[in-house]
Design a binder for this molecule. Sequence first.
Ligand SMILES: Cc1cc2nc3c(=O)[nH]c(=O)nc-3n(C[C@H](O)[C@H](O)[C@H](O)COP(=O)(O)O)c2cc1C
Length: 232
Amino acid sequence: MTKKRIISMVLGVTMAIGLLTGCGAAGKQSESDTKETINKTENVKATQSTETNAADKIKNTESAQNTDTNADGKTLVVYYSAQGHTVKFADAIAEELGADTFELVPVDEYTSEDLDWTKKNSRVTKEHDDVSLRNIALKTTKVENWESYDTVYIGYPIWWGIAAWPVDDFVKNNDFTGKTVIPFATSTSSGIGESGEILKGYAGTGNWLEGKRFQQDENVASARKWAASIGK
Ligand SMILES: Cc1cc2nc3c(=O)[nH]c(=O)nc-3n(C[C@H](O)[C@H](O)[C@H](O)COP(=O)(O)O)c2cc1C
């Protein structure tokens, strides 16, 4: 074997080893590239799944809210009427809006003597003078399909400048979350005053709008007009 031939054989073997080694490195490189790609893909998948979960949660919340606030936009007119005036306005509003009505009836209903506020010893005067006597139980505070209403009108007579207290039991025992609440009152001369604000405080939930007072003998057409202007 010539010297030249020996050198060329050594070079050939070295190159072959080099190539093999190179391939090994390339193999390792591509393996780690693949791992990185998988990792990245998994990260993307994880991100996507987090996003999907978040989207699902939003959808769930939305559907829960839709159930709460009622997609149909149903309206309920709740009222208390001791002497027959408020009921006329409640009926007119309900008719105008195609709404349902719900009358509040005390377990112990007021007689005309009870309502004689000119007498010192009448039931209503005693209740007025002693706040602890104003917890008037109603026959029921539970409205069927309560969750299906997203707007609730609440009507009452004004007693000594505030809402007649039989309404309190209803307001305290219902959840108005997600509902629009619209008070209205009848009286001989007083305005609605802070009656709506006070009821809103008792309820603790709901989006309470500014209310409206009607003179007890005025034409109910004005209540229809008012309700129509609110439109729900
Ligand atoms: C106990 C009592 C207190 C009243 N207090 C007031 C009052 O402070 N201001 C007012 O303008 N009218 C007052 N009124 C009159 C009523 O608000 C009015 O007659 C009302 O329209 C009655 O509604 P109803 O018939 O639906 O019960 C009072 C009536 C009663 C029985």
